[in-house]
Design a protein around this ligand. Sequence first.
Ligand SMILES: Nc1ncnc2c1ncn2[C@@H]1O[C@H](COP(=O)(O)OP(=O)(O)OP(=O)(O)O)[C@@H](O)[C@H]1O
Length: 673
Amino acid sequence: MEIGGSSESPPETKKSKSKTPRKSKDAQLLKQKSPAEFFADNKNIAGFDNPGKCLYTTVRELVENALDSAESISELPVIEITIEEIGRSKFNSMIGLADYERVDAELYDDFETAKAREKRLAKEARLQEIQAKNAALGKKAKAPTSMKSIKSREASYYRVTCKDNGRGMPHDDIPNMFGRVLSGTKYGLKQTRGKFGLGAKMALIWSKMSTGLPIEILSSMKGQNYSSFCRLDIDINKNIPHIHVHEKRENEERWHGAEIQIVIEGNWTTYRSKILHYMRQMAVITPYAQFLFKFLSESPDKNVTVRFARRTDVMPPAPLETKYHPSAVDLLLIKRLIAETSKQNLLQFLQHEFVNVGKSHAERLIGEMGPDFGPKMPVKSLTSQQIVRIHQLFRQAKFDDPSGDCLSPAGEYNLRLGIIKELHPDMVATHSGSAQVFEGHPFIVEAGLSLGGKDVKQGLNIFRFANRIPLLFEQGADVVTRTAVKRINWNSYKINQTQDKIGVFVSIVSTKIPFKGTGKEYIGDDISEISSAVKTAIQQCCVQLKSKIVKRIQAREQQERKRSLNKYIPNATGAIYEILKEMSRSHASKKRRSEDKDAELLKQVSDKIVTEETLREKLAQHVEQVDYEMALEYATQTGVNEEPREDIYIPPLVAEYNFTEFHSPVFVFRLVH
Ligand SMILES: Nc1ncnc2c1ncn2[C@@H]1O[C@H](COP(=O)(O)OP(=O)(O)OP(=O)(O)O)[C@@H](O)[C@H]1O
C-alpha cells in the first residue's frame, strides 16, 4: 500500500529538491570490513572483554607463544613475564601529553556532593554495625549489597613484557606475524597452543584501542649474528602492519628467542588472582619450564615476584605435523589441498596427502569413484563435480582411525609431578588414555585425581587443560566439569563429593581442540567421543584411588579394633579376677572341687601368684599378638609394596666425569667420587 501518492512520482517536498538526494533512514549501505576491523569490533570473542580480562589474555597469548616457540626447537623453556604498572602521569609523559589537574570536579563520574558523601558514610556505618551484631550472634555475614561503591573510571596502564629462549622469528616475517590479523605459522595439522594466528594481533589491537602505543619485538634465531628489532602497529582498515622501525641489531652473545613488549590498559586489581592462577596452572602442566613472573607496581610494597622453578628435564616429545584424515576434510579443504599439492595425478594425491590411504586402498577408492576417474588423471584437472564425488566417497567409506603418534600429551609423569608440586595431596592417581578420534582428528585424554592437600577446598576442584593450556573461564559449561559433576558416581569409589577435598585434573591434546569460540576458554559438552573419554579417564583414576582408600579404611578399622579391645581390658580383667577369687574361695572351702589345671590356677589365685595385674598384662599381650598376626595376614594378602617399582639404570662412566648417575623416570641420583 502506498501512502501519499504513487512511487513513480513522489510528492515534491522542500527537502527532496536538494541536489544530492539524501538516503532514506533505512537505506542500507553495503560496506566491507577487514578482519582486523572485525576483531576490533568484536574483541570479546577472542577473550578481550574488559580491561582486566584484556590484561589476562595478553599475558596468556604471549606466554603461550613463548612456550610454543621454545618447544618447537626442543629447548627447555625459560620464560620471563613482567607486568609493569604505569601511572597516569608516567603514561602521559610517555605519549607526550601534559598532565592535567581537575578543575571542574562536578564534571567527573566519581564526583560526590558533600551531602551524598555524608549519606553514604552513614549508610556504610549502619551496615557495619549490623554486620558486627550478626557476627556476635554467630550469624553468617552477608556481603553488603546495597553499599554503592564509588568507582573511578580512570584507566590503568601496564607494560607487559615477555621474553623467551625459543626459535625467534625470521627478520622479514615479523611485521606480518604481529601486524596482520589471521597470519601465523601454526595453521598446519599439528598440536600447538596457538592456532588462529590472532592472539598477538589482538593484544596489539587492544593496545591501539586503549593506549595508541605500538608493539616492540626483539628477536633472534639460533646461530644468527644479528637480532631483529621491530616497532609497529596495525592499520586496522587495511589489516596490514604499519612499521615504525624494522632494523637489524648486533647480537654478540648469540642470544636466541624473542622479547615482546606492549603497553595496554588493564586492571591488575581485579585480574591479579586469575593471572597468578593461570601462571601456577601453567607451571603444573609444564613442569619442565621455568617461569619468572613479576608485577612491578607504582608502589613497590605491592610488587609481586613468583618464580616457578623447573622440576624436571623430561620434556614431552615435540608434536609432529600430520596429514589430514579423509573423514576430516570438507569440499573447501579438498580444493585447497589440490591447489597446494605437488603431486601430479589422482593416485599420488590420495596416497600422499592423506593419512591411512595406501596405494592399493587409493586404487580401490578411485575405482569406486566411477568411470570418469582414473589413477593417472591429473589431479589439478578435477572439476567441481568430481571433487564433490570424492568428498561424498570420503564420507561414506571406511578408513582406519588416525593414530595419536603425532600428539604430545603432558604424560602421566609430568601430570603427577605437577599435582604433587601444586597441591601436596594425601593421595594421587593418574591415567593416560589411548588415542581416540573425533571428526578425523586424534585426541588423547589424560586425567589426575587427588585427595586432600593444601589450598584445596572441600568438594570438587577442577583443573582443565587443552593442548597444555590451562582453561580458567566458563568452567560450568566445560565437558570436564559437567562430566565430573554429573556422570561420576563418587560414592561408589568411597569418595564423598561434598566433604572430601577432591582435585580433578584433565588434560586433552589434539590436532584440533573443539573450543567454543576463538577465546580458547572451554570445550563444550556436546561431543560424545570427548565426554566419554573424559569420563573413562576420571573413572580409571577413581578405581586406583578406591583401592588406596579401602586399604586406608581397613588400616583405620584395625587400629580402632585394637584401641577398643584395649579399652575393655581393665573391666574384663576386673570381672574375671572377681570370679576367679570367688571360685578359689569355694575351692578352698571344698564347696566345689575343681579338677587339675583349674585347681592349679585357683591355687595360684589364692597364693596371689595370679593377680588382677598379671591378668591385665597377659590380656594386653594377647591383644598385641592378635593385632600383629592380623596385620601380617593383611600385608601378605595385599602385598607390602603398594607403589609400583621404578626402573633405575646406570649409564656407563665416561672418563671425563667423576660421578656416576642412577637414572629413574622420577629422579637422578648422582654419586660423586
Ligand atoms: N615469542 C615468539 N617466538 C616465535 N614466534 C612467535 C612468537 N610470538 C609469535 N610468534 C609467531 O607469530 C605468529 C602469530 O602469533 P599469534 O599469537 O598472533 O597467533 P598464533 O599463536 O599462531 O595463534 P593463536 O591466535 O591461536 O594464538 C605465530 O604463529 C608465530 O609464528
